[in-house]
Design a protein around this ligand. Structure first.
Ligand code: CUO
Length: 684
């Protein structure tokens, strides 16, 4: 079934994968265009590797069939979302793997490839009989969503003319979307990072907002929507400060022109369309597009926003049966997350609407809000591309502010909720591998390769690599000394980092700084009596996944071996390790590194079922089929306003916390990936 990810627009009777497998399906599955020439096609593309596709009574797929094959697909557009949800429902509902395969081949050949790949991925991720399968990285399946369009004609030339052994990686220039005349371009390396965009796509794949209820309804998914996006904002703002830019301004006046323009220079190969740009100072408009069955006014968004703020200030929301539900200390943020996003778990869509998703849509369609120019949505309409656009962060700054408004109404953490009696951190040191002085982190540029061939439909076979440049840092190790006056105990070690100074170079106030703390790691520690030394490597972080998992799927298509039970798709979710820390500055960007050991009694979650399936990016992605592994509110201890008379981070500290000054130093130098300097092996 994974072969269906290969060349998504080439019909299933054309060879897939390196072993040239073809699917032999009953003619009713074929695209109508090909039905009359079926036997000719079979002779032309026949192969010895055949997969016989079962002839089944096809379920009703008329809804998803409504989306034209060559149009673009957006999860944020309600009608598209419903079509995808139906496809997912069908895929997940098929009784056997053979039936699933049959219906998947049918959809593959007849339906919109973007929607198909999305629904297929969600289904593989959630069906019990496909748990061992690793799905390919989206940047291999649809490289056009991630890379400069100029690349693809070169890639075609390369794959048509040059034998595979002699092909060279095609270099994606570093500055292709804008020049430094646009100050926002200073942080383009973050916005356009492949790994960051893949993480965001995977996150929304793991936490769909519309699908059968049992798929959507995951533990604390509304709260995680808040937290994961809050952390994106914290990271982006830190990155901005490193580049002499102010923190992101919230997008609040929706009647004013949008200052930021963005020209993505991406082509949709499937839809044969250019992703529309947005000129600076474009205005948002009411959206009424019959073609997408979508109609809403900016006033709708404003009404929903006002109702949500009013609900926060009253501490209660009203559900769809008219009952009041408290936005409590523990559950409130989860309820609010589902309302704001909104997911199908929202307790009252009539009242609170669909504000975040339709905000994406209003921005994505601002160049053609009534469809008169027959233009489709821009990159803000797709979770795989939205993070490239500066406006994404302005929109999410607004969304995050609503969540913060709620957090600010909650009781402050008491001393008791913060300290851990008997536990004291006495020193923290960060040591970068190599020669760096202590507490100095080092970043630089690195070049890596990704294979485009899986997504290069209708070109000759064989690998074609694109070489891109991304931020990287030297690995480092934390060394934390802890004194424990008492018997052996466990605790949770939480590591965060934030900028030390604001835009003016003044020390941060706690209430500002708490929004900028970026989670670097979280793990359980066993403390023996008296002195303890905790060492932990940056590569072990609970927020990141390694480079190989973000990009490389050497084993895609092969079920995992025993003892290596990885749930690849969950594993595909995770902040890319190469973006763990901010870029820093040439002089060394001053940061504060915060370490806390919290009381396990309030952290621990009793899990049902087996432990630890693909848990390495649990902080932002959760763990498959398990409860979120930390009982505290996400973002603890920085998710609330501080106690009275706490203005600075130092005043906030209890003995089980400590802060150390760290500098992030950037060298403007490009290196090639060391350990894998030759292109990766051919995929299976
Ligand atoms: Cu992830 Cu707005 O939610 O893009």
């Amino acid at each position: 079934i994974l072969k269906l990810f290969d060349r998504p627009t080439e019909p299933s009777f054309m060879p897939k994968g390196n072993d040239n497998t073809v699917f032999e399906a009953p003619s009713k599955y074929l695209n109508d265009r090909f039905k009359p020439i079926k036997s000719d096609l079979e002779n032309r593309f026949g192969s010895s590797n055949k997969i016989q596709v079962k002839d089944i009574n096809l379920p009703d797929l008329s809804l998803p069939e409504m989306l034209p094959r060559r149009s673009n697909f957006s999860l944020f557009i309600p009608s598209h979302r419903k079509m995808a949800a139906r496809m997912i429902e069908v895929f997940v509902g098929m009784r056997s793997l053979d039936d699933f395969m049959a219906v998947a081949v049918y959809c593959h050949d007849r339906m919109n490839p973007y929607m198909f790949i999305y629904a297929l991925s969600v289904a593989i991720l959630h069906r019990p009989d496909t748990q061992g399968l690793r799905i390919p990285s989206l940047c291999e399946v649809f490289p056009d969503k991630f890379m400069d369009r100029a690349l693809f004609s070169q890639a075609r030339e390369e794959s048509n003319l040059v034998p595979e052994e002699s092909r060279i990686p095609l270099e994606i220039p570093r500055d292709y979307t804008a020049s430094d005349l646009d100050i926002e371009h200073r942080v383009a390396y973050f916005r356009e990072d492949l790994g960051i965009n893949l993480h965001h796509w995977h996150w929304h794949l793991v936490y769909p907002f519309d699908a059968p209820r049992e798929i959507v309804n995951k533990d604390r998914r509304g709260e995680l929507f808040f937290y994961m996006h809050q952390q994106i904002m914290a990271r982006y703002n830190m990155e901005r400060l490193c580049n002499n830019l102010a923190r992101t301004k919230r997008l609040v006046n929706w009647r004013d022109p949008l200052e930021e323009g963005y020209f993505p220079k991406l082509d949709s190969l499937v839809a044969s369309r250019v992703w529309p740009p947005r000129f600076a100072n474009t205005k948002l408009n009411d959206v009424y597009r019959e073609i997408d069955q979508i109609k809403f006014d900016l006033q709708d968004l404003e009404r929903w926003r006002d109702r949500i703020y009013a609900a926060i200030h009253s501490g209660t929301v009203v559900n769809d049966e008219g009952q009041f539900v408290e936005l409590s200390e523990t559950r409130g943020i989860d309820i609010l997350g589902n309302i704001l996003e909104s997911s199908i778990l929202s307790i009252n869509t009539n009242l609170y609407g669909d504000i975040h998703n339709l905000g994406h849509v209003a921005i994505a369609l601002c160049h053609d809000p009534d469809g008169r120019n027959l233009e489709t949505f821009s990159i803000m309409g797709d979770p795989a591309t939205a993070m490239r656009d500066p406006i994404f962060y302005r929109w999410h700054a607004f969304v995050d502010d609503i969540f913060q408004e709620h957090k600010n109404t909650l009781p402050r953490y008491t001393q008791q909720q913060l300290e851990y009696p008997g536990v004291k951190i006495t020193s923290i040191e960060v040591q970068t591998d190599g020669q760096a002085p202590k507490n100095r982190l080092q970043t630089f540029w690195q070049q890596s390769d990704v294979d485009l061939s899986r997504g290069m439909d209708f070109t000759p076979r064989g690998n074609v690599f694109a070489r891109f440049t991304h931020l990287q840092h030297r690995p480092f190790t934390y060394k934390i000394q802890v004194e424990n006056n008492g018997g052996p105990k466990m605790g949770t070690c939480r590591i965060f980092m934030a900028p030390k100074f604001d835009e003016r170079g003044l020390p941060m106030l706690f209430r500002d700084q708490k929004l900028l703390f970026v989670e670097l790691d979280k793990f359980t520690v066993n403390l023996k009596a008296n002195k303890n030394t905790i060492t932990r490597k940056s590569t072990e972080s609970s927020v990141t996944i390694p480079f190989e998992r973000t990009f490389r799927n050497l084993d895609a298509g092969r079920p995992t071996e025993e003892g290596e039970l990885e749930e690849f798709n969950y594993c595909g979710c995770g902040w890319p390790q190469h973006m763990l820390i901010c870029k820093g500055t040439a002089e060394g960007f001053p940061c504060e590194l915060f370490v806390m050991i919290s009381n396990i009694a309030d952290d621990r979650v009793e899990q049902k079922g087996s432990q630890g399936q693909c848990s390495d990016a649990a902080s932002y992605c959760g763990i498959r089929n398990q409860l979120y592994p930390d009982r505290r509110s996400m973002g603890y201890p920085f998710d609330r306003l501080p106690r009275q008379r706490v203005d600075t981070l130092r005043q906030f500290l209890t003995p089980n916390m400590m802060v150390v000054d760290v500098a992030v130093q950037h060298t403007n130098q490009v290196v090639e990936r060391q350990s894998q300097s030759q292109p990766p092996a051919r995929r299976n």
